[in-house]
Design a binder for this molecule. Structure first.
Ligand code: ZN
Length: 436
């Protein structure tokens, strides 16, 4: 990383107020079209990063990056599964609006191994972040090491160059991007979306970071942690290769978290507990924002409108998120205050929706298959004690909030793509354990 930290700290100290007023450290007033780099690390739970208080320094590079960034301490994914979550990041709409509700096709629809399968796809009526930026004159690039981010589901829309890999690892991702770097950096502005896959199951025991443990649970977590360190080291290489400067906007996040049996399960996809939804969210843009930590509850749904605001363009009408730019420029006081929603589908029946809402320090999980769960986040941030029986009126009010909100939102027409059951994306999903 060549961002010149010491110089920047000095400048920020002297001219902090001027920056807050919209001027930049370099005197470039109102940089309206920065290069935008969106980095997603798959299945990266926030609380396993030192930036978010983890006891091990699993990610020294991200810790350095965070010094110049706005770090949202309580960011939530929209869904605990890659395709629904990223569909929401790309469109700033919820899964019940865009209908990308699963990673894979429905295996029950045909026994014919040669027949093309239906797969849920982003509706053409929605503008993606890449399409939006392309319309603003950006050149657009995507490299995803998660095969769920595939053309068949509509994720390639708006990208000049789109490449899907099938869990080839962070080293290959950085090698590919380095090969593209001359082209990408040839003309500004550009939008680059990078999706790393490494902390996702199955966890490798990455050297030299992996530390052997006596019990299988601790060993599994140690392997996950070693994957974080591995991708962190590759991120350092990526930043070195691209030499991003203070007026380049870096957005760092995860698509969802990961469960370590806190509520009985490993992995992710079917639960809306904190460990599945709490993700890192950092904006590094030293030329324009006011670094620091923000405590407000925010969502990865807010990335798209924040980008619109940063480049000074009005939001597309579909946007369900809120701009975080006032918070980036100022302090927590400017963070949006509103309910945060998340959605997925039940373990017992994929057609049964599960929804969650966080509001005023309370979290309600509404599982239509079982019952509601209520957590007092101010006293029980890990969501260990269900207190629904103590607060029945609050449960009713939050259930109503979920229903009312959903009724207000526009739902887009469902669309489907076709995917070959022996294609790379399906093989990849099987390898990851999503398909039998
Ligand atoms: Zn994922």
């Amino acid at each position: 990383m060549k961002r010149k930290n010491l110089v920047r700290y000095f400048v920020l100290g002297v001219f902090g107020l001027a920056i807050a007023a919209g001027l930049t450290a370099r005197g470039k007033a109102h940089q309206p079209r920065p290069n935008i780099i969106l980095i997603i690390v798959d299945a990266l739970r926030a609380d396993h990063l030192p930036v978010y208080g983890y006891h091990k320094n699993t990610a020294p590079f991200l810790k350095e990056l965070a010094r110049d960034a706005v770090v949202f301490e309580r960011a939530s994914s929209v869904a605990p599964l890659t395709a629904p979550s990223m569909a929401s990041v790309f469109t700033s709409t919820y899964s019940f609006q865009h209908h990308v509700v699963s990673n894979s096709y429905d295996e029950d629809q045909s026994d014919d191994e040669e027949a093309l399968k239906k797969i849920n796809k982003l509706p053409s009526g929605l503008l993606t972040l890449a399409e939006f930026l392309k319309n603003q004159g950006y050149r657009t690039y995507a490299l995803s090491d998660n095969a769920n981010i595939c053309c068949e589901m509509g994720f390639a829309a708006g990208f000049d160059r789109f490449k899907m890999m099938a869990y080839e690892g962070a080293e290959s991702v950085v090698d590919q991007l380095t090969a593209w770097s001359e082209e990408i950096r040839g003309r500004e502005p550009y939008f680059l979306y990078v999706h790393f896959m490494d902390p996702h199951t199955r966890y490798h025991q990455r050297q030299p970071w992996f530390q052997e443990k006596r019990n299988p649970y601790a060993e599994r977590v140690a392997a996950y942690d070693s994957e974080i360190s591995y991708v962190d080291a590759r991120l350092r290489e990526l930043f070195y290769a691209f030499d991003w400067q203070d007026d380049d906007l870096i957005i760092f996040a995860a698509d969802h978290g990961e469960e370590f049996k806190e509520h009985g399960h490993w992995g992710h996809g079917k639960n809306l507990y904190k460990e599945a939804l709490h993700v890192p969210l950092m904006f590094s843009y030293p030329a324009r924002i006011h670094p620091g930590r923000r405590h407000a509850f925010v969502s990865t749904l807010d990335i798209f409108p924040t980008v619109c605001d940063i480049i000074g363009r009005p939001f597309p009408p579909q946007i369900a998120g809120h701009s975080l730019l006032p918070s980036l420029m100022d302090s927590d006081e400017s963070s949006p205050r509103r309910p945060i929603y998340a959605y997925t589908r039940s373990f017992k029946d994929p057609f049964i929706p599960v929804a969650a809402v966080v509001h005023d320090g309370w979290k309600l999980i509404l599982d239509n298959d079982t019952a509601s769960l209520l957590y007092d986040l101010n006293h029980d941030s890990r969501e260990r004690r269900d207190v629904k029986n103590d607060f029945p009126a609050l449960v009713s009010a939050m259930e109503k909030l979920l229903q009312t909100y959903r009724a207000q939102c526009k739902e887009y027409k469902e669309e489907y793509g076709l995917i070959h059951p022996r294609g790379d994306a399906v093989k990849h999903m099987r390898a990851l354990g999503y398909l039998q």
